[in-house]
Design a protein around this ligand. Sequence first.
Ligand SMILES: [Zn+2]
Length: 233
Amino acid sequence: MNNQLLYQHGTLGALVPGLFQGTLAIGELLKHGDTGIGTLTGLDGELIIMDGVVYQVSATGQVMVIENGAVPFANVHFAAFKSAGDIRGAAATAQQQMLAALGTHNLFAAVQVRGTFAHMTTRAVKAQQRPYPGLAATAADQAVFTREQVAGTLLGYWSPQLYAGMASPGFHLHFLADDHQFGGHVLDYTVAAGTLQTQVFSDIQLHLPTADSEFLNADLDGDLLGDITKAEH
Ligand SMILES: [Zn+2]
């Protein structure tokens, strides 16, 4: 395995017009990494993958371990994190520290914070039904959850602005509580006391759904970036 490789299935841009059909089975995805984030067909909740186990945080707030299903979009890699010391503070401060630890804005990288969070706000999109709406509409159809003083793992990726459209530019972070009772796509947080780990990638493999006629025929030529920013941040 190559732990300098970030594997991505699908593109964030393809979600903008509503291409929510899963086009890669979970089992296939796990061949390319044991750690990561993603979503299922219909944007049915938020996935966080740790140690090869896939957790789905659904819009009910329930966290389940899943082995089946398919992803329209996911990032995975084989974990080989490097310790980057202690971290604390509100999201803006913590993310400055993450970037300082990466030493650059210009590489794809994974970040992981384990510890206690004074405050954590997450969301999980509700499972969308066909005909699928666009990504911007789903941002209004999501459940938002908040916890105080929660122990858990913040896990996700930094993507350089240059690759917006393929990825969500900036940090894309998911969370799972240690008790597996809470998690989701991270909207805001404050680290009370945590340890930061980072993993920088030299390579990215973008895997696209060559057999999905909806993807093949979709019009992705427009300006999709505004909707990505609206939905993911
Ligand atoms: Zn997410």
